[in-house]
Design a binder for this molecule. Sequence first.
Ligand code: NAD
Ligand code: DAU
Length: 340
Amino acid sequence: MTTVVVTGGAGFIGSNLVRYLRRKHQDWRIFNIDKLTYAGNLDNLAGIEVGPEYNFIQGDVADGAMLARVWARRRVKYVFHLAAETHVDRSLNDAVPFVRSNVEGTAVLLDVARAEGVEKFIYMSTDEVYGAVPKGSDEVFTEDSPLKPRNPYSATKAAADLLCQVQYASREMPIVILRAANNYGPYQHPEKFLPLMLTNLMEGRQVPIYGTGQQLRDWLFVEDTCKALVTLAEHAEPGSIYNLAGSGIIPNIELARKVLGVLRMEEEDSLKMVEDRPGHDFSYPLSAEKIERELNIRSETKLDDGLRRTIFWYRSNEDWWRAIREGKFKDYYKKQYSEL
Ligand code: NAD
Ligand code: DAU
């Protein structure tokens, strides 16, 4: 039996990955390790029953003793390391939890996985590790571009990315790194732009657009990411690094306009230009050439299709997002969006 460890499997991408694995690889045995921070949510895994093929462990990836117990008496084939603090705005206010989970957590997990054994360790990195290009630049990031992160979140992701690289360089640990663009889809926490937009609109509130709304993001449907992660586990060479671009680069304000179009809502009542994010990255243009050429992986979901599916999901799952918005998120929202 193939045993896999997923870290951060109660978060957005992690829970989509667990669901994807349960659908496509029913004979794989999954150990989902998640600390259940404010972003981890067992409701994301509703319907996935704990049993011989699926185990949930509430734990911190920086806890080596807990990790060693997971590895005891079993051979782990693949690790999908997704656990992290992930919200850029939060990192700009308090970087410490980001250092603890993203850097220390990755270092501890790498040490345990190396000592106990793993056939492939997939690290979920981000396009943000490259830093950003300014408006008007025609630079494109390849896997060989230097890492120049520009906010505390991406600095800790870059540190973890490097920790993975040096494990391969020094110990030939079978690491594979995926640097992905902006994911979207079901189960994304309403702190992030697209679900914040949808849930605000459904609550009759305006959508906060930072600065001019001209920053570009490349949107990648989460199911395409899950597929790519599994293909990397099965086929990528140890030590390899891949970019995964999305299927639509558009300014934030244009994304908001697309959503308003689907919802048939008027722009002037719905959008509110607010103070910009400090040091707001303009764009992360990725070359997706390597992953397509070597592994035949591309983002298949067109932005308009993915958006429709996502909007439908949020409309059909009000209980899910209302429970989050009515919990601790309220305090964060008040502080972050005092104007709204
Ligand atoms: P998320 O915030 O929705 O989920 C993160 C999960 O990690 C949560 O369930 C949380 O409880 C868990 N976690 C945090 N610290 C932990 C710790 N110390 N130990 C165990 N669990 C812990 O994040 P996401 O958007 O699903 O992102 C998943 C991964 O993908 C992250 O590594 C992120 O950096 C990376 N990534 C995300 C995107 C994106 O657009 N969402 C793009 C590229 C890369
Ligand atoms: O690029 C990959 C990264 O994408 C991931 O590594 C991060 O974990 C993920 O959070 C995401 O980072 P961003 O900063 O791009 O995502 P966010 O949803 O916070 O913001 C998307 C864009 O929308 C960004 O340009 C800022 C803008 N924005 C965001 C919020 C929350 C607004 O205009 N208003 C908002 O209220």
